[in-house]
Design a protein around this ligand. Structure first.
Ligand SMILES: *Cc1c(COP(=O)(O)O)cnc(C)c1O
Length: 379
C-alpha cells in the first residue's frame, strides 16, 4: 500500500493555538511586543547567550548581525559554500562581497583549510553555516579568526538544539542567526533570532530592526515622552507577537522534537547502513545533530533526478540538499569549490520531521533501498 510521507512537517497544535488566542486577547499583535520580549528571554537559554533579538526571519537576523559587526562596501566576507541563498545574499545586502570557501566532505560545513586559503587583506569576517543543523568546526575557525583579526558569525538557521563540545549552537561565534521558517526544527511559519554574548551588538541590531528607532515597548516604559530622531538607516525586521507566542511553545517542545528526529535518523542509519549506493549523513562524536534534514549522498553512477522522481512516485517526499553558492549566476566570478559542487549534484533529502512514525521510517527506507538499487536509475 502506498503512503505519503512528507519531506518536512511542522509539529504544531492546540498549545500553539491557545498561545495565539492569548495574544489576540492582549491586543498587542504587532512586533517587538511583550511576547517577543518573553521569547527572547526563553531563547537565550536555548542558545546559551545573554542577548537575543527576535526577527522577521533568519535572513534579516544575518543582515543585522553583519551590519552590527561592521560588514560594508569594499569588504570581503568568507562564507561556507554549501548553503541556502540567505547566507551569501545577506553579505551582499551590506555591500560587501561574499567569498565562498569549500566545505568538508563529511559534514558539509566550512573547511578551515579553505578559509585560510581565501583570506585577503580585504577580508573582515567569516560566516560558518551549521549545515542542516550540525555545528561547524568552531574551535578551528575561532583560531583562524583570532589570528587574522576577523569576526566569526554562525548561520545557525537549522541548528536550534544542536551542541558542539557541550556548548549550544548560538554560543559558538561572535553572533548567530536562527530561522523559525516552517521547514526548520522549531517554527512559527516565519521568524528568526539574532543571538550574541555581546550586548552592544544586539542593542545596535535592535535599533536597526525597527527603522533605526528604539522599539515602542522601550519608549512606553519611559517616564517622559521620547520622540526619536533618525540617525541610522534601519529596517522593519520585527517578529510579530503572534509568531513570538507560537515560538514560545515551540521552544518548550524543542527537546522532544530533536529526540523524535534523532530517533528517525537512527532508524534510517540502521535500515540503510548497508546500501552500497548510498553514503549516509554522519553525526560527529563531539557534537549533537538536531537533524533539520536527513540527506543521502548518492553514488556517482546514479541519476539523481530519476531517483527523486521514483521516490516521489511512491509517496516519499524528497528534494536536492541545499545549494552550491559559487555556481549561482548572482555571485559572479568565484573560485571553484569542488566538494560543494559535488554535494549539490548528488544529495537527496528524504523525509525528516518530528512526526515521523517507525512505520514511516521503515516505509521510506524500503522504498529508498528499492529505488537506488534498481537499474532504471543508473546513468
Ligand atoms: C533556511 C535557511 C536560512 C534562511 O532562513 P529564513 O528564515 O527563511 O530567512 C538561512 N540559512 C540557512 C543555512 C538556512 O537553511
Amino acid at each position: 500500500m502506498t503512503r505519503n510521507v512528507a519531506l518536512g512537517q511542522p509539529t504544531v497544535g492546540e498549545e500553539e493555538l491557545a498561545a495565539v488566542a492569548d495574544v489576540f486577547a492582549s491586543g498587542w499583535l504587532s512586533g517587538a511586543g511583550p511576547a517577543c520580549v518573553a521569547l527572547e528571554s526563553d531563547f537565550a537559554a536555548v542558545a546559551g547567550v545573554d542577548h537575543v533579538l527576535a526577527t522577521s526571519n533568519c535572513g534579516s537576523a544575518l543582515h543585522l548581525a553583519l551590519l552590527a559587526l561592521g560588514s560594508g562596501p569594499g569588504d570581503e566576507v568568507i562564507v561556507g559554500d554549501y548553503t541556502f541563498p540567505a547566507t551569501g545574499h545577506s553579505v551582499m545586502w551590506t555591500g560587501a562581497r561574499p567569498v565562498f570557501a569549500d566545505v568538508r566532505p563529511d559534514i558539509w560545513s566550512l573547511d578551515p583549510a579553505a578559509v585560510e586559503a581565501a583570506i585577503t587583506p580585504r577580508t573582515v569576517g567569516i560566516v560558518a553555516v551549521d549545515v542542516f543543523g550540525q555545528p561547524a568546526d568552531y574551535d578551528e575557525l575561532r583560531a583562524i579568526a583570532d589570528k587574522h583579526g576577523l569576526w566569526l558569525l554562525e548561520d545557525a538557521a537549522c541548528a536550534a538544539g544542536a551542541t558542539y563540545k557541550g556548548r549550544p549552537a548560538g554560543s559558538l561565534a561572535d553572533a548567530a542567526a536562527f530561522s523559525f521558517h516552517g521547514r526548520k526544527g522549531i517554527t512559527a511559519g516565519e521568524g528568526g533570532a539574532l543571538v550574541s554574548a555581546r550586548k552592544d551588538l544586539v542593542d545596535h541590531a535592535r535599533k536597526l530592526h525597527t527603522y533605526g528607532i528604539s522599539p515602542a515597548i522601550v519608549r512606553d516604559a519611559s517616564a517622559e515622552l521620547p520622540v526619536p530622531s533618525f540617525d541610522e538607516l534601519g529596517y522593519n525586521y520585527r517578529l510579530s507577537d503572534v509568531a513570538a507566542a507560537i515560538m514560545r511553545v515551540q521552544v518548550k517542545r524543542l527537546p522532544t522534537l530533536v529526540e523524535n528526529r534523532a530517533k528517525a535518523a537512527a532508524g534510517y542509519a540502521q535500515l540503510l547502513g548497508d546500501v552500497e549506493q548510498l553514503t549516509l549523513p554522519v553525526e560527529l562524536a563531539d557534537r549533537t545533530h538536531p537533524w533539520q534534514s536527513y540527506v543521502l549522498t548518492l553514488a556517482p553512477e546514479l541519476d539523481r533526478g530519476a531517483v527523486a522522481m521514483a521516490l516521489r512516485a511512491q509517496g516519499v517526499g524528497c528534494n536536492f540538499g541545499t545549494y552550491a553558492s559559487h555556481v549561482q549566476p548572482l555571485y559572479g566570478d568565484t573560485a571553484p569549490c569542488p566538494v560543494s559542487a559535488d554535494l549539490f549534484a548528488r544529495h537527496v533529502a528524504i523525509p525528516m520531521h518530528a512526526n515521523l512514525t517507525e512505520d514511516d521510517v521503515e516505509y521510506v527506507a524500503t522504498v529508498v533501498r528499492d529505488v537506488v538499487s534498481s537499474a532504471a536509475v543508473r546513468r
